[in-house]
Ligand binder design. Structure first.
Ligand code: UTP
Length: 291
């Protein structure tokens, strides 16, 4: 079954980034020269998917507007002869077909995925979190689709994290069945210290078979009163099996201040126009820090 749709939940409140996110969605915060959400969408498109289902909420219309035509701006740029900028602005709107689904209350990631059922229906899809950036030679979503094609079961992206940080993530335990591919045997949401020896943390990329909706519909609110995607994934694991894939690339949680800063430095260093100058600047800065 071909994967044609990507669900991108962007309905969260972004409380870790207040006050910056009081009036601006965190997914619209700029990393170097583009909002975070544009990096996410570019990864999806580079992986061969053009249909994006945004899970939005009130106060998030800037995200939809970013991927829509902006006639006044385009006419202005065209009249001023600023054709490069016009092309850039048009390119963003032409990247994807967007469908928006409203999550009326931020009841958790599982709930955000659940509300897309009428739009996605009976086909496999990817979920890409709107604030989780992955810088990789081969787009992370593309890597995951390859694993899905091979194993024909749902796949979650994982990365190794320090053991003293596992309590911040959904953690998987499993058996490695191919290089970097694990058959999941156990899933634990934010394990208390000492309750799991695994350091494989789930990050914001999933390829899911449509049966996840049945599981979500049966999932009761869990940790924090939210409908946890991890709980529904455990149901899916029991019903049909689940794989985890240790993707190749660097991941940044841009919804967190430290992750955002790291993402900014990384993308600035690899930026075609700014990278070299920024690196020189950082070298001088670091030399002065050591003095
Ligand atoms: P996060 O947990 O990072 O988002 O969810 P949050 O709740 O906005 O963040 P904090 O903890 O308050 O700072 C990851 C992604 O899932 C979306 C978020 O918008 C983010 O892109 N999300 C989360 C939803 O769409 N709905 C929810 O109910 C929760």
């Amino acid at each position: 079954m071909k994967v044609r749709k990507a669900v991108v939940p962007v309905a969260g409140l972004g409380t870790r980034f207040l006050p910056a996110t009081k009036a601006i969605p965190k997914e619209m915060l700029t990393v170097v020269d583009r909002p975070i959400i544009q990096y996410i969408v570019e990864e999806i498109v580079a992986s061969g998917i053009k249909e994006v289902v945004l899970v939005t909420a009130s106060g998030k219309s800037a995200i939809e507007n970013h991927f829509d035509y902006s006639f006044e701006l385009e006419i202005f740029l065209s009249q001023k002869g600023k054709l490069d900028l016009l092309r850039e602005v048009r390119h963003i709107s032409d990247l994807i077909e967007v469908v928006s689904v409203r999550q009326k209350e931020p009841l958790g990631l599982g709930h955000a995925v659940k509300v897309t059922e009428p739009v996605v229906c009976n086909e496999p899809f990817v979920v890409v979190l709107g604030d989780d950036m992955v810088d990789a030679k081969v787009p992370c979503v593309f890597q995951m689709l390859k694993v899905f094609e091979e194993f024909q079961q749902s796949v979650v992206a994982v990365q190794k994290v320090p053991l003293d940080e596992t309590h911040r993530y959904g953690i998987i335990e499993g058996e490695e069945v191919a290089e970097g591919v694990y058959k999941v045997q156990r899933l634990i949401e934010k394990p208390a210290p000492g309750t799991s020896t695994s350091d494989l943390a789930i990050i914001g990329r999933y390829v899911l078979r449509p049966e996840i909706y049945g599981c979500l519909n049966r999932t009761l609110p869990g940790v924090g009163g939210e409908i946890q995607l991890t709980d529904a994934l455990d149901c899916l694991r029991k019903e049909q099996g689940l794989y985890a894939y240790e993707f190749k690339g660097n991941r940044y949680d841009a919804g967190d201040k430290m992750g955002y800063l790291q993402a900014t430095v990384n993308y600035a260093l690899t930026h075609p126009d700014l990278g070299r100058r920024f690196k020189e600047y950082l070298k001088k800065l670091v030399a002065n820090l050591d003095e």
